[in-house]
Design a protein around this ligand. Structure first.
Ligand code: ATP
Length: 377
């Protein structure tokens, strides 16, 4: 449906998007996720036609549209600030597009009414049809904006942080609503957000962007379980990231890493790291187990000292420190039957080697790296 073919966008010398190269399938809910300034809005604006690629091409349904203006592309955009016409009713707001395109003349009398009624039904606003925008809540106004963007049946809907103006509770309701509407209509959604939870909840696939680069594209599960880089691991969910050295391969499925003052078996990531190469070990906090005795069996285990405990409802968040002073975070659920602990207590921290992941160390400056950088400057 949408092909971003080796697209680079420069503003003067500044590279906002570097060599983006991916495709979005028909009917897919695809999110572009990343911190402020990573280039996600610029990529969306190039798909919409508000920006032109400096290099590469954008194709929609097989046609190169890189230089086609926005109104001639079969896509529509919903922004965070949905400018509804304040003097028109909900019904007239939604009817505005098809009326301007003289849809009744082209498709037969009654077509505008049929479409507007259908879309108001889809966004569940039929009973609000005669209200003015000011008589609606923020979530309802956003749904009018959605109906208005969908009423001309675009082949893709582009959404730029559309829930950004809503409070947290309403955002959650609208996340499910958006997903339902997308499924019901089967339209491709391209969604820009900096909110990882939002992207994980709604998307079929996510492109994680950082400083103009697409770091990884995958399903929410793939990105969470097998992040390709330290940046993705840290940006999606919470992660323990410990720097060390890969010391060898133990068998086909596992490597050995020297981290936290211990040699541990770990699952290798997709990037091959040479023996003796710098590596970062990732373990999600919910995978970490805490025991008073050193566990036996097929686990990676290190001694640690508790520094802090916070009760967070479903989990207890434990902060610890390893023998080499590296911080460790554990989220301990009720199933672990955690003993009463206090800061200063000595415990054993462990996890299954298959729930760890070895990543190339680039991007996480170690204390030595930072000192070197300071010396150089
Ligand atoms: P945010 O979530 O803050 O909107 P973003 O990831 O969507 O961030 P972009 O809006 O794509 O980021 O911007 C990427 C970079 O390109 C930013 O550093 C931004 O300042 C720069 N940029 C965007 N548009 C222009 C422009 N018209 N002229 C110059 N620089 C621009």
């Amino acid at each position: 449906m949408i092909e971003i073919d080796h697209v680079t966008k420069r503003f003067a010398d500044y590279v906002a998007v570097a060599e983006a190269d991916f495709s979005i399938g028909s009917g897919e809910f695809f999110s572009m996720l990343g911190p402020s300034g990573c280039g996600k809005t610029t990529t969306l604006r190039m798909i919409a036609g508000f920006e032109t690629p400096t290099e590469g091409a954008i194709r929609l349904e097989g046609h190169d549209v890189s230089h086609v203006p926005p109104h001639k592309r079969n896509v529509n955009t919903v922004f965070q600030h949905y400018a509804l016409f304040p003097h028109m009713t909900v019904w007239d707001n939604v009817a505005y597009g098809p009326r301007s395109l003289r849809i009744d003349k082209k498709k037969g009398k009654g077509e505008v009414k049929r479409r507007v009624d259908e879309l108001l039904e889809v966004v569940r606003l039929t009973e609000f049809a005669q209200r003015k925008p000011e008589q609606l809540s923020g979530g309802q106004q956003q749904r009018v904006a959605l109906a208005r963007a969908l009423v001309n049946y675009p082949s893709a809907l582009l959404l730029d942080e559309p829930l950004g103006a809503l409070d947290l509770k309403l955002r959650h309701v609208m996340q499910f609503e958006l997903k339902r509407i997308q499924r019901e209509l089967g339209i491709t959604f391209v969604y820009v957000t900096h909110d990882q939870e939002e992207a994980l909840t709604m998307s079929d696939r996510i492109a994680v962007m950082n400083a103009g680069n697409v770091e990884q594209i995958g399903t929410p599960t793939e990105i969470y379980d097998r992040p390709a880089t330290v940046f993705v691991a840290g940006f999606i969910g919470q992660a323990n990231l410990w720097n060390g050295t890969q010391t060898g391969r133990t068998n086909r499925d596992f490597v050995e890493v020297d981290v936290l003052g211990s040699k541990l078996r770990a699952r290798p990531g997709d990037t091959t790291i040479e023996s003796g190469g710098r590596a970062t070990l990732m373990v999600r906090p919910e995978r970490v187990r805490i025991t008073m005795e050193q566990p036996t069996g097929d686990v990676a285990t290190v001694p640690a000292t508790v520094t802090d405990l916070t009760f967070q409802g479903p989990v207890v968040r434990l902060s610890l420190v390893a023998a080499d002073e590296s911080p460790i975070v554990a989220h301990v659920g009720p199933e672990q039957d955690l003993p009463m602990l206090r800061p200063g207590d000595k415990v054993h921290v462990s996890w299954a080697p298959e729930s760890s992941l070895v990543l190339p160390a680039a991007g996480v400056p170690s204390t030595e790296d930072l000192e070197e950088m300071l010396d150089d400057s």
